[in-house]
Ligand binder design. Structure first.
Ligand code: XMP
Length: 424
């Protein structure tokens, strides 16, 4: 039945997540036995494979703290001045990590309002009388949040590859950043190779993630330069128009499979970036070889995403703005180097501006989605990322291709209208 991945992805077709489907395998464990702990990069372990994208409508300090509290991580965008970006890192680092050094315990029938009023107790544990404090603290802290060696939430930040980014990096390092993402839509460049070497030479303790890449040879080049992690995806994001505008990119399922297979040989974790709109896409990305998934639209519109809600009269719901970092609107604020790599005068949009519906808090959305991902893993008989990858490479796991294409989620093309109004 079906095809092993090796055969399917070797036929010259570029597959998106929606093009492929896994055939179910054999279940011999409960859903809760699925362990999705993973690595973002060589030295950054996570308890869930979840990363929020460095976009100015997705990840600032509020989102990054929530991601870390959930066991994932957020990457702060760089569409602000270096000192503003460093302030966001500091803000994440200043948030209280609920590792309970001296927890306050109260019985269910006690009055707890006074505790919050009198001093800066962030929470009170309400327990049935007789429960041991250590036991509760152990349950509460077990394998959850992403905490660094400084005892604070871990947080990443994006930078570019210009000379001025070295100064930005210095400020981020001083603020305590834990991992750096070199943010480029085409990462296989002389600029990025030099920046990787500079970061590793100057801050040997700091993990640096390169990308974006979609081919094995691109990946190999960055691995050779010394990256600790790779970000995969070109034109697969919901707000992306790179494939339409520049005619380059790759189907995301193929890109994740190909890059992961080469990165695994060097022990480099892969981030599957973009194109995730359902929990099933997460299952596909992880099983095809990624160690984590990075999301923009999935997290935009949540309480923790930057920006205020608007009311959408047509859809009759609250919405928040979500825009591509290559949209004219975002580039006007400074993100153009992700898409240009140089100082070209004419800005070509490779992304759009839109809005996404209110999703409530990621503190609820993420655990719900992770449970769905665990069920997918269970159906495949994979109790961890490693076992999924083993099943894939041993050809036990089988796939098939759909004969039809599901439409890609498209948001409003307002940038394009803007271009038409103001011809260059
Ligand atoms: P999702 O599908 O999660 O995608 O919304 C988020 C990812 O898309 C990339 N990105 C862009 N790609 N033009 C592009 O071609 C853009 O304007 C743009 N902005 C973001 C980025 O990799 C992000 O993580």
């Amino acid at each position: 039945d079906g095809f092993p991945a090796e055969k399917l992805f070797d036929q010259g077709y570029s597959y998106t997540y929606d093009d492929v489907i896994f055939l179910p395998h054999y279940i011999d464990f409960p859903t809760d036995a699925v362990n999705l702990s993973t690595k973002l990069s060589r030295n950054v372990p996570l308890s869930i494979p979840w990363v929020s994208s460095p976009m100015d409508t997705v990840t600032e300090s509020h989102m990054a703290s929530a991601m870390a509290a959930l066991g994932g991580i957020g990457i702060i965008h760089s569409n602000v001045t270096p000192s503003e970006q460093a302030d966001m890192i500091r803000s994440v680092k200043s948030r209280r990590v609920p590792i309970l050094s001296s927890p306050v315990f109260k019985a269910p029938d006690s009055r707890i309002v006074d505790e919050f009023d009198s001093n800066d107790v962030p929470f009170v544990l309400v327990t049935q009388s007789g429960t041991q404090g250590d036991e509760v603290a152990g349950i509460y802290c077990e394998g959850k949040g992403t905490v660094g060696s400084d005892g604070r939430w871990m947080v990443g930040a994006a930078i570019g590859t210009r000379e001025s980014d070295k100064e930005r990096l210095e400020q981020l390092v001083k603020a305590g950043v834990d991992v750096i993402v070199l943010d480029s839509s085409q990462g296989n460049s002389v600029y990025q190779v030099e920046m990787i070497k500079y970061v590793k030479r100057t801050y040997p303790e700091l993990d640096v993630i390169g990308g974006n890449v979609v081919t094995m040879s691109q990946a190999q080049n960055l691995i050779k330069a010394g990256v600790d992690g790779l970000r995969v995806g070109m034109g697969s994001g919901s707000i992306c128009t790179t494939q339409e505008v520049c005619a380059v990119g790759r189907g995301q399922a193929t890109a994740v499979y190909k890059v992961s297979s080469i990165a695994a040989q060097s022990g480099i974790p892969v981030i599957a970036d973009g194109g995730i709109s359902f929990s099933g896409h997460i299952v596909k990305a992880l099983v095809l070889g990624a160690s984590t998934v990075m999301m923009g639209s999935f997290l935009a519109g949540s309480t923790e995403a930057p920006g205020a809600y608007d009311y959408d009269e047509k859809k009759k719901c609250r919405v928040k703005k979500y825009r591509g970092m290559g949209s004219l609107e975002a580039m006007a604020k400074g993100s153009d180097q992700r898409y240009l790599g140089d100082t070209a005068k004419l800005k070509i949009a490779q992304g759009v501006v839109g809005a996404v519906a209110d999703k409530g808090s990621v503190l609820k959305l993420v655990p719900y989605t992770m449970q769905a991902v665990k069920q997918g893993f269970q159906d495949l008989g994979a109790s961890s990322l490693q076992s999924a990858h083993d099943l894939l490479r041993s050809k036990t796991l089988r796939l098939e291709v759909y004969g039809h294409q599901l439409p890609k989620l498209r948001v409003e093309f307002t940038d394009w209208l803007h271009m038409r109004r103001k011809p260059f």
